[in-house]
Design a protein around this ligand. Structure first.
Ligand code: NDP
Length: 339
């Protein structure tokens, strides 16, 4: 029997290229009562992440696509408003994967209780959550920066990139960020403390990047692909490591034919003994406890700083998501679903 209204955002159509507002639909449905062994969650914050673009395509990937008319998936911070499950009480705040909606029923699977006294609860979606962990595990396990080496990361003001550069510095490496526009570049240099930053929208981007990396690049943490990769690749040193974390510049590309550059890339992989290794953060799940401990310490000592970009209202999620794919967000993008 419905006890209230649930607002949710569903996938109305599979996007062709960059998503359009008409690919999303905001709708209101009734809420069921939680059964025995279930919780009713009120969503407080929804994380918007680039991987969601991949879930909107029907193509086979590492996770199932969102169905047409299905609620779009996503990480959330929620409050328990009715508990019928042992171990959870009304008022508990939890990390859940409830998607783009204002309420959800959960049987407790995958929930993590949060302590609102320990850290702002939004950080569970960013610096102390999946993006921060992605940076930590990808950089330290695959990138393995050594003191004095040069680490380059793109999308450097964002959720993952900002953490990559700061951990690189903690490990004694030189951090060079790549970001879009003067405001993001100033933030990366002055607030996050990177050693250098380059604007990928500048006309002389390639020359600026070369000047910022006089000793070449030892670790390139790949978040972007596209023209940024083209500028980075010639600068990779012998034995450079490339954790391939994301390719956001390519997520909206339609299949295209063009010049096959793979033979040239493979020649350089061989000649320069490069390690190029893709990863999805969940493969490193056993490192999560060490990550939570290390990151909490780095935040407390202000060795790691973070910025959140909070948008009000679930109905604004589609537009904010389109902005994320075009670099309009500034920091970890989060939607405040209810206060
Ligand atoms: P961000 O907070 O960094 O936001 C995305 C940023 O990407 C934009 O702000 C923009 O920054 C940049 N960008 C967008 N389009 C382009 C483009 N065409 N060319 C260059 N830059 C562009 O996002 P996240 O930190 O959440 O994610 C960063 C990357 O990490 C993504 O590729 C994502 O898919 C990946 N990821 C991978 C995971 C894994 O397990 N492998 C887990 C989590 C994230 P700017 O304006 O500075 O260019």
């Amino acid at each position: 029997m419905p006890i209230g209204a649930n607002t949710r955002v569903v996938l109305a159509a599979r996007p062709q290229g960059l998503p359009k507002p008409s690919d999303f639909r905001v709708e209101t449905v009734g809420l069921p009562e939680p059964a025995d062994g279930e919780l009713l969650l009120q969503i407080l914050y929804l994380s918007l992440d680039p991987y969601m673009r991949g879930r909107m395509d029907a193509a086979k990937s590492y996770a199932k696509p969102v169905e047409i008319d299905g609620v779009i998936e996503g990480g959330t911070v929620a409050r328990v408003v009715r508990s019928r499950l042992d171990g959870f009480a009304d008022g508990d705040v939890v990390l859940s994967h409830s998607g783009w909606q204002s309420f959800a029923i959960s049987d407790g699977t995958g929930l993590r209780k949060l302590d609102p006294e320990a850290a702002p609860i939004t950080t569970a979606l960013g610096v102390l959550g999946m993006p921060g962990f992605t940076a930590y595990a990808g950089l330290l396990t695959i990138g393995r920066p050594k003191p004095g080496e040069t680490v380059v990361v793109a999308a450097a003001s964002g959720a993952v990139g900002s953490v990559v550069g700061q951990i690189a510095r903690i490990k004694g490496a030189r951090a060079v960020g790549i970001a879009g526009g003067p405001n993001k570049c100033a933030f990366v240099r002055d607030e996050l403390g990177f050693d250098a930053v380059v604007d990928h929208r500048a006309k002389d981007f390639e020359a600026q990047l070369k000047a910022a990396c006089p000793n070449g690049i030892d670790v390139y943490f790949e978040n972007v692909g596209g023209h940024v990769w083209d500028a980075v690749f010639p600068l990779l040193n012998e034995f450079a490591r490339v954790p391939v974390c994301g390719l956001i510049a390519q997520y909206n590309e339609l299949p295209a034919s063009g010049v096959d550059r793979l033979p040239g890339v493979m020649r350089d992989v061989l000649r320069r003994s490069l390690t190029i290794r893709g990863f999805i953060q969940r493969e490193f799940v056993e490192q999560r406890p060490a990550f939570y401990e290390a990151m909490a310490g780095w935040i407390a000592s202000r060795k790691v700083r973070y910025r959140e970009d909070i948008v009000d209202g679930l109905h604004n999620a589609p537009d904010a998501f389109l902005g994320l794919l075009q670099g309009r967000n500034f920091g970890k993008l989060i939607v405040r679903v209810s206060r």
